[in-house]
Design a protein around this ligand. Structure first.
Ligand code: IMP
Length: 203
């Protein structure tokens, strides 16, 4: 198996979660913050699958022969017809912070008047594995839940303080990271990646 994995992201929260879940398979896991010469990929796809592939191949073009994992993820809210979806990172504006994105989400949901179970939604994650310009595998995961009326909890990142996974009363911002990893879109996709890595090892 590969000793080094490069995650095609500048989002160190994602990289940290990936390290926590698949860290034992690699000697080191780096991300694009370790390669400042690599520009941000233009995520102009309309699906998580497309954007995940775009990010993986953009990194692969710059890091010839590296073992690359790209994560494209986001939140779909039913009362907002699936928004913010692939635009989750930029929902509050082009240079939006996580706090800006959460603020806009609460505003837009407020306008719909949706309450309780009608504030349903899901996180989605698509992982693409590429090496030497070849797509080796794609894994997806999703996690259903409802959107809280206000932010709760300091943990996680992005929309975590607003997302209550089905079967729980707390947000991902309040739940322990181990619990998030068991339930989350990324945790589920990474569990499939782990199975795939084990299969590669046994070949
Ligand atoms: P991407 O870099 O285009 O994949 O952006 C993903 C965006 O979706 C992030 O900036 C977050 O706003 C949101 N997101 C993805 N995964 C999570 C998560 O696990 N928790 C909270 N927000 C997430």
């Amino acid at each position: 198996m590969q000793s080094r994995l490069v995650v095609a992201t500048h989002n160190s929260h994602k990289t940290e979660e990936i390290r926590e879940i698949v860290g034992s398979f690699f000697e080191e896991i780096l991300d694009l913050n370790d390669f400042p010469e690599i520009p941000e990929a233009v995520e102009d796809g309309t699906t998580f699958e497309e954007n995940s592939a775009i990010k993986a191949f953009a990194a692969s073009a710059m890091l010839t022969n590296a073992f690359i994992l790209a994560d494209d993820s986001g939140l779909e809210v039913d009362a907002l017809d699936g928004a913010p979806g692939v635009y989750s990172a930029r929902y509050g504006g082009e240079k939006a912070t996580d706090a800006d994105n959460r603020k806009r989400l609460l505003e837009e949901l407020g306008k719909t008047g949706a309450k309780g179970k009608s504030r349903s939604g899901r996180f989605r994650c698509v992982l693409t594995v590429v090496k030497a310009d070849r797509k080796l595998a794609v894994f997806s995961g999703s996690c259903e839940g409802i959107l809280a009326n206000e932010e709760k909890g300091e943990g996680g990142f992005g929309y975590d303080p607003l997302f209550i996974p089905d079967g729980y009363c707390e947000t991902f911002g309040q739940l322990a990271s181990e619990v998030k990893h068991e339930l989350s879109h990324r945790g589920k996709a990474l569990a499939l990646f782990s199975d795939w890595l084990r299969q590669q090892d046994s070949k």
